[in-house]
Every structure is written in structure tokens, then in C-alpha cells.
Design a protein around this ligand. Structure first.
Ligand SMILES: [Zn+2]
Length: 299
């Protein structure tokens, strides 16, 4: 084995990195979410990227790290890769390329009609839509690097969705439109809407399509969004906790009736928010740490 302290140092290295457990491969449907794990003796850090998007890992146990990976609802099906880097206590780094397949999902198509006034855009309306797009782009442009959320995520309204309406391809007044990038939860007017997890409120506003809207930054590139609200209970920059009242539901914006549109975004990927409820099992050893990060930011 290792003879002498000098040789020993190198030997310990080789032993450590050999024990790293990487994900073998990853498959995700369009709009899907998956948790990946990297573990090994003496690991102190794991990082990675998917294309140019950084993957934010967090400690999930002794010498183990986890991250969530999402595929955009319109991601092109096919094979790509994740590049992961693990660093051990001695500073040695190992890289691993993980094959990553995006699978096409058969999203339902739905057709419906809205009053023509919604479709014939005056210059004033077009200007309102540009403001809406710019406001959301600003909200999503920055996410605090540290993870603020803790498993589990909570449903923002009590009503169960019978099925996700995420990803539906919509045909409005006979014309194909952008896919539905959230899921609609039934919520009678005035239902209490709670934060799906801890985070910072980065947008509160009223918009043409989304109506009364809130965006929460959960850190590490993860956001949740809440549309068609009738009343706000928080202001921009507020720190909220999972389950905290943020708004009342409504029917504002371009809707056919009262409901809560709930959306989620990870990096630039628009993902199905219901997957946050079902696909994350993280038992974080730093749960208290993440809560104290929230407290620190409040100061
Ligand atoms: Zn919706």
C-alpha cells in the first residue's frame, strides 16, 4: 500500500476519489425534475453545469451532496450531458461527464376561446405586455446563490390538482400559442395562497396576462410563481417561510375563471411545479443552516 508519509499523501488521494459515487446517467421528461446525488469519503464540495447553466449542489449528509436538475418544457428531446466536479478535503478534483437524456412528453392539446378584446391588442395593451415580460425577466435574472428552501415543498392551496395542466399546448381562438408553463390549481375566489417554501419575494405586481402575481426566489436558481391573485399579503423583498400566507387567489389577468396558476423555474428551465412536491426527498443536514440564512438576510 502506501509507504512513507510523502507517498502516503498521494495514496490517500487516489483512495478517496476512487470511492466517489456519481449518478450513472439521467433521464428527464420535458418539464421534469430530478434529484441527483454525489457522495464519497472526504468530499467537501461538488459543482457542475448543464451547458452553460451552473448546477447548485448542497450538502445532503456526511460527505454527500445533492442537486436538482430540470428540463425546460420546450427542451429539445435528445442526448446531452452534465459535467460534474467533486473536490475532496485534500483539494484533489475529479470530473465526471454524466449522460443526460431529455425525453419528449405527450402534452395534451387544449382549445379555448377568449373574448376578442384579449386578442386584438391595442398599442396600449402591447406596451403593457412588454412591461410584463420585462418585469418577469428582471425577477428571474438573479437568484441568491445559497439554497433557502428545505424539503418538503408544500402545495400553495389546499385543493389537489386532479392532473397537471403543465405543458398543455394551447390553441386560443383557433391559433396555437406558447405552452402552459404552470399548473392550474382549482381555488375559489379568496382562497389563501401560501409560499411553497422559504425564500425571498422578488416580484409583486399586476399584469395583463398573469394578473396579480408573486414570484419567490428560493435560492440556487429556483423560483416559484403565483398568478391571478386578488390580494397580496406580502411586499417585494419580504423573506417568507414555507406555508406562510402570501396572497388570496382570484381571477385577475387573462383567465376564464378563478384558480391559482402555480409555476416553477430552475435556472432557465420552466418546470412542472407538482414535481417539487413529489421528486425531492432531500434530508438536509444543514436545514437549520438554511433557515438561519433566511434570518440573516432579513437583517
Ligand atoms: Zn395557468
Amino acid at each position: 500500500m502506501c509507504a512513507g508519509w510523502l507517498a502516503g499523501a498521494a495514496c490517500v488521494h487516489a483512495g478517496d476519489v476512487a470511492t466517489i459515487k456519481w449518478p450513472k446517467s439521467l433521464e428527464l421528461f420535458q418539464g421534469g425534475l430530478s434529484e441527483i446525488h454525489v457522495s464519497g469519503a472526504n468530499l467537501i464540495d461538488v459543482g457542475g453545469r448543464m451547458g452553460t447553466t451552473p448546477i447548485v449542489f448542497y450538502p445532503s449528509g456526511p460527505s454527500s451532496f445533492a442537486a436538482i436538475i430540470g428540463a425546460d418544457v420546450e427542451a429539445k428531446p435528445g442526448l446531452s450531458k452534465l459535467l460534474l466536479t467533486a473536490t475532496d478535503r485534500a483539494g484533489a478534483q475529479r470530473e465526471r461527464v454524466i449522460p443526460f437524456r431529455i425525453k419528449a412528453k405527450a402534452f395534451r392539446k387544449e382549445s379555448f376561446n377568449v373574448p376578442p378584446s384579449f386578442d386584438q391588442m391595442s398599442e396600449e395593451t402591447l406596451e403593457a405586455i412588454r412591461r410584463e415580460q420585462a418585469a418577469f425577466a428582471r425577477a428571474f435574472a438573479y437568484s441568491v446563490p445559497e439554497r433557502l428552501w428545505e424539503a418538503p415543498f408544500v402545495r400553495p392551496v389546499p385543493q389537489e390538482a386532479s392532473a397537471s395542466s403543465f405543458g398543455f399546448r394551447r390553441i386560443i381562438n383557433g391559433t396555437p400559442r406558447a405552452p402552459h408553463t404552470g399548473t392550474d390549481l382549482s381555488a375559489p375566489m379568496g382562497t389563501e395562497v401560501v409560499a411553497a417554501n422559504h425564500g425571498r419575494v422578488v416580484l409583486v405586481g399586476n399584469f395583463f396576462f398573469a394578473g396579480g402575481s408573486i414570484v419567490i426566489d428560493h435560492g440556487g436558481g429556483l423560483f416559484t410563481v403565483y398568478f391571478h391573485l386578488s390580494e397580496f399579503k406580502v411586499e417585494e423583498d419580504a423573506m417568507v417561510e414555507a406555508g406562510e400566507l402570501i396572497a388570496l387567489s382570484g381571477s385577475s389577468g387573462r383567465v376564464t375563471g378563478p384558480h391559482l396558476h402555480w409555476g416553477a423555474r430552475l435556472g432557465s428551465a420552466r418546470i412542472d411545479p407538482l414535481e417539487l412536491l413529489t421528486k425531492i426527498s432531500v434530508k438536509s443536514e444543514s436545514a437549520a443552516g438554511s433557515r438561519s440564512a433566511v434570518k440573516q438576510m432579513e437583517k
